[in-house]
Design a protein around this ligand. Sequence first.
Ligand SMILES: [Zn+2]
Length: 496
Amino acid sequence: MVSLFAACSPVTQPAPPLTPTRAPGPTPAPAPGWDDLAPYRAALRPAYAGDLDAFAAGTQYRIALSIADDLVSYTGAETVHYVNRATVPLDVVYFRLFPNARSYGGVLSLDTLRAGGAAVSPTFELHGSALRVALSAPLAPGASLDFDLAWTTRVPTSTVTAGYNQFGLHEGVLSLPNAFPLVAVYDDEGWNVEDAPGIGDAVYSETALYDVTVDTPAAAVFAATGTCAATEHGARRTWRCAGGPVRDFALMLSTRLAVETTTLDDVTINSYYLPEHVTVGKRAATDARNAVRAYERAFGAYPFAELDVVETHTTAGGIEYPGLVVIAADIYDDRRYAEGVIAHEVAHQWWYSLVGNDQVDDPWLDESLAQYSTIVYDEDVYGKATVQQENLVDELFGTRYRRVEGTDQDLRADLPVAAYTGSQYGAIVYGKAALFFDALRARMGDAEFGAFLRDYFTHNRYGVAHDADLLAALRPHIDPAALDELLRRWITTPTP
Ligand SMILES: [Zn+2]
């Protein structure tokens, strides 16, 4: 995410109709065995098809959504083949219902909940954004259990006061990130279920396989995580999406969007843009392609067959999802600014989507690297000399950090999102923590710094990285005393 605006102008929306047009019920995807990986292959570039193998015995989602003609509601059904990857038996499994989070502003009503085929009474927590499912018998490590859920969701159609208008129908663009019950993460802290503070990103999830069917009005342009193919049924269209090994699934829909498509090797890159932003919207496809090329050179391969950049009316500058990033419509008025936001959001495909992290508790791990990656992008596209002449490190990160440096607002950079105010979060996580990577590079030299980034990416792709994993990737490339000094200077002080 790029948090650019502390507040936004309220947007007036027409009131939703009292009786929304109801779409036909979801169409379940064909149900091959859980060991059949064929539905997921289209998501990956052929050279990376083997990446699926590690997830053959992991969690899988089969989701069917049906979106109403007026885009203000949808019905959903899913089967989640959940595999207990913990080392202890689980007697409870948590799902997150993000549409019910205050920062999403929707209403998701659960109609069906079954565990192992047996009906279960749901228990809701955190204003309905968490679903606790008590199991009739403990789920042993390595064992699996299938959950069936069905629901109806009404989306917000006017500005949501918390968050970033990241969910719902805003000025004709329907944004549906995390639109389905998503299994929470069980780790050494137990179940990670917490109410996100309304700033920063809200989602923490693990990589799984996604086979998603979406029934939509035929007139709407559709963008989603993964690779999708459509079949027409008169006024409706059904999309079948291979999500591959990803930690989430997002889709966007609008009759107003146009698309510009380009390619980089065998990766298709789409920019979906609004008609008032044709020039920058078309250019966004090239910017995203240049970003993928720069990051593949610097960090490692993008394994997926597609990447989408979608213009929406979010009040964040941009937000990242696996295989799809959204960029705020306001940004498209300034071409150079839009380019920087696109470079940041595309970098999240490496830092967040592939190398995962707990975005609620460890936001610096993905945000500061996505920030620093924009320097990698600028050097690749415009040359190192230009980046130095224009003093971009200081312009992008130094000026942010100086808003709090030397004041009682300064804090260590490795805290949970909730520890910061909105302005501290921008200055410290996006400024100070990005300067840590610049300082590392200056100390290590370009070759060792580049080797560290490639090591960190290679060892943690598809997984979840913690601070210790970043440090483990650093240690072979830097003197321990120098690392300690730089950590103290940029990350671990001052303590609150
Ligand atoms: Zn970000």
